[in-house]
Design a protein around this ligand. Sequence first.
Ligand SMILES: Nc1ncnc2c1ncn2[C@@H]1O[C@H](COP(=O)(O)OP(=O)(O)OP(=O)(O)O)[C@@H](O)[C@H]1O
Length: 255
Amino acid sequence: MADNSAAFLRFDQIEKHFGAVKAVDRVDLAIAQGSFVALVGASGSGKSTLLKMVNRLAEPSAGRVLFEGGDVASRPLPALRRMIGYVFQSIGLFPHMSVAENIGIGPRIAGERLGGARIAELLELVELDGSYGERMPHQLSGGQRQRIGVARALAGDPKLLLMDEPFGALDPVTRDALGNRVRELHTEFGLTTVLVTHDMAEALLLADRVLVMQGGSIVADETPRALINGAGGDIAQGLVAVPRAQADALAGMEA
Ligand SMILES: Nc1ncnc2c1ncn2[C@@H]1O[C@H](COP(=O)(O)OP(=O)(O)OP(=O)(O)O)[C@@H](O)[C@H]1O
């Protein structure tokens, strides 16, 4: 077996139980620095719970999560969360704070105030004009709110970006544009990214490694190319069949 002890992010026999429900069931997994990993699988398969054990929004029932070799449980929370950007679907901007204050909230909790130039730079990264800093969250579209969520996640110069269905509520065009922008930012900043998504096409197009979860376990771990070529087993292939059938149906409509 490969020695994963030096992996950037490692799940070591990790479990999470909610009463009788085993949300995550003995997952062993190593994620290399710089990789873009998509986590897919049916609703309730344990994706969000696995992700939340990295930044300690959920504490494991057993096992450990190691980040840069150290157990996340022994890191002070503000420092840990500063190193880990987190974006989720209902982005949770504070409604009474301006966009600029929302973006700067993580560093502020850690005792640092971001200046206007830095806020403008972060807005630019997500392709929004600096003037958006003065707006209030209710003055934004859903897509703009998700962009602010990405800017906020990047504000602490994280090494690791965790994304839980970040584009789920967006229209397909915005979703595609923001997904591609995140992939560019991942490369530009040398991030390691873990993206939870229900959309296998999104996983195949954005990630360089796709993990499939079922009943709390990882049942497939493949590259997008391998999945397209039939690897990963029945559950993975069942998920790949959806975008493939759509692509075939569209191709069949060509004149
Ligand atoms: N706080 C909680 N209390 C009780 N049960 C929970 C809690 N969080 C998750 N669960 C249960 O754990 C299991 C895994 O949930 P989880 O949210 O991780 O799945 P998921 O794959 O992310 O689902 P979805 O794709 O619908 O978001 C589910 O059965 C869920 O009901």
